[in-house]
Design a protein around this ligand. Sequence first.
Ligand code: SF4
Ligand code: SF4
Ligand code: FES
Length: 241
Amino acid sequence: MADKNSSLRVSIWRGKDQGRFASYDVPKLESQTVLDVVSYVQRQLDPSLSYRYACRVGMCGSCAMTVNGVARWTCRTHVAKVARDGALEIAPLSNLPVIKDLVTDMREFFDKWARAMGRFQGGRTRSDAFARVDPASRERRAADAGIECIGCGVCYASCDVVGWRPEFLGPAALNRAWTLVNDVRDVQRDERVRATSGDRGCHACHTQGSCTLRCPKSIAPTAGIAGLKRLALGGSSVGRR
Ligand code: SF4
Ligand code: SF4
Ligand code: FES
């Protein structure tokens, strides 16, 4: 057995939705991230391990996994912060089908962005002047609060309601819709409010805030969802918040 002070005991999910945890000993290093640990296992111990990452600097959103029971971005999560008694358990994100090992199928997650009308629709043409948006306006500040989403799925995997009701659009898609209803250049606000209302949308959220607690970008989807509820109550003629 490896020395507890110089190595980590790491359990990693192998297989699909039906699978098992496999154990590995990984050398401890200073400032080591969870993604470093997974990469070590794949490169040094078992090249058949599948996982996903791209940027390693918290920009692409592809490296999220469940670490000791909590959804996290792994490239910016230090082992020292999350290891328990020198042990790590690493699994794929919850609420998403597993393709293999630590790789989840994100199609439904992004399909829900489309169902929430998460794509900007402007009304100007190339020959029009640029739209001017006051950075200090209430709308712009509301959009700014959610715009840095990297689509990592951490909030989605942390949401109980997504687990209970798979048709629920979830915090990331609703946060995206909220940024767009506050974009004064967009011309589909009322349709978007309708698309994100009801039992599949903002009204299914119980506002307990796991999404907001877990978001690595410090975004508060709960606040945006509350804003969508207010807009839905006011109908199509209410102003932006
Ligand atoms: S606050 Fe709403 S969206 Fe966020 S985790 Fe809870 S139910 Fe899901
Ligand atoms: S809102 Fe936060 S946790 Fe959710 S997908 Fe965007 S960055 Fe990730
Ligand atoms: S690898 Fe890009 S956010 Fe982690």
